[in-house]
Design a binder for this molecule. Sequence first.
Ligand code: SAH
Ligand code: AVI
Length: 340
Amino acid sequence: MRRLEQLQGGSGRPARTAALVSIDAEAAAMAELREALQRAPREVPCKYFYDDRGSALFEQITRLPEYYPTRTERALLEAEAEAIVQAAGGAGLSEMVELGSGAASKTVALLEAALRLGGRPRYVAVDISAHALARTRELLAQARPEIPVDEVLADYTQELRLPPAPDGGPRLALFLGGTIGNDEDADATRLLERMRGHLAPGDLLLLGANLVTEPAVIHAAYNDSAGVTAEFNRNILRNVNALARSAFDPDAFDHYAPYVIERQRIEMWLVARRALEVDLGRLGGRIQLASREGIRTEISRRFTRDQVLRLLDDAGFSPEHWFESPEGRFGLALGRVREL
Ligand code: SAH
Ligand code: AVI
């Protein structure tokens, strides 16, 4: 197993969260956080959820009864894995490269399908979380030790260095979990375009997206009765405190996650229970939060099939296949890189 650490600084400390491990990445993270917290409304970008604790909490979320997306996508991937791999080159597929791979527990279905079809693609996992990459390593070593794995610890919103493309057949990029819905259209398209820049004409992208469904079902997925999502949400402030030496008290905030029907999206907020003054540490200065003022930590969008296909098309991929879960809650689009 090879490991590319784009975010490792010279300090010799182990890389934990991508944002803080090189001097440049650290300065960029401070600037990004400072700017986001001064916006109206205030924000913390959702990539700051994923320190070690946040990644572990996300894994817990995926097992909650209310959180249907992971289960739904997993069933769809398992049902369609051979069709997807066949459409992407079958035994000739040379690589699967996954953005925001997390624990990669669903990806195993695709890798197993490739093995069944007589292939042996390399798997490249890209994630901002060292914790998530470690889980991927464990899981694949156990489930499919014959698959060669490369890990890339990186922020995919920045310039990405991937291992050189292997010789041979097409490559399949994966962006699963509905993570595309954590961005507005412009950022989502930019991210997919950047990914296309790493691929060659004829290579493919499999994009997983949450689809518009019953508002109550979506609402429950982000407001679970065990309070795990609330803890995941508050944990972002612990991570900001660790990175910036700021003084947010996570317990002074309520988790608030409405599904905004007209915008087809969940909005996750942390709402101050009372007026607060917070020392921003290395971000500089202090901020005053009014009682009931919110900090937005995430959007999680629901799409129609046409919106997903348009995103792919806008980023330079020709949509070729569409797979949808039985209740229409999750879709997988397979697109091929067009000649420029
Ligand atoms: N694909 C997995 C995990 C989804 S959670 C699944 O479907 O279950 C989102 C994942 O993307 C997390 O592992 C998080 O660490 C990673 N991530 C979020 N923002 C990122 C960024 N800017 N760069 C790289 N990885 C990111
Ligand atoms: C990673 N992403 C697709 C998850 C989502 O559903 O938007 C993150 C998450 N936020 C709250 N629960 C899960």
